[in-house]
Design a protein around this ligand. Sequence first.
Ligand code: AMP
Length: 215
Amino acid sequence: MRLILIGPPGVGKGTQSALLVERLGLKALSSGEIFRREIDAQTDLGRLAQRYIDHGELVPNGVTIEMMAKRLRDEETRKSGFVLDGFPRTVRQAEALDEILFQMDLGLDRVVSIEVEDETIIHRLAGRMGCTKCGEIYHSRNKPPMREGLCDRCNGPLFVRSDDQPGTIMERLRVFHENTAPVVDYYGRTGTLLRVDGSLGPEETYRQIISPIAS
Ligand code: AMP
């Protein structure tokens, strides 16, 4: 199965992607996560990406497409199927993805647009924490860890993303509406789009994503 999850920052793409990996054995390809690993490893790509990420801006299309193309062409990814989280984020990236999949003779099963109000996003992002080891996501009010600063699942230390600051959150939302909302329209024209309500919690969102595929 090959899926794309599209939605504003903090809508729950990472959570849904983790559920799809756990329950369907798909490979997750998260462009934001890959950039963060490059930043941690202090590679040239990481240094370049950080300049944009810290301001809530998109990393330029050229390097982003190249980075994702390499991972999509991986034999393992072809075999397991994949869930794309955070890519494509521009119409140019969506067109490039079409070309890559065409060359690989693969299609997309579903493009999922997870939708919630901006107000909910702002509330969710301000308070979000992630585990540095296993990636589990917490929230200071909605889903606090049992022990402060530590992951319930693996005991790893929790961290707050540098781009989850109030000013950067607003810029990321603006960038989403300007650049990524047109990607939803792009897929709306191809007939593979499924719009789901992301305000009802992770399990209900998962059910909406998966039920049309399972039936
Ligand atoms: P995310 O983890 O998906 O919220 O992404 C964090 C940040 O990484 C974004 O705010 C962008 O700066 C950058 N980023 C992630 N994916 C892309 C993409 N497909 N195109 C450009 N920039 C991206």
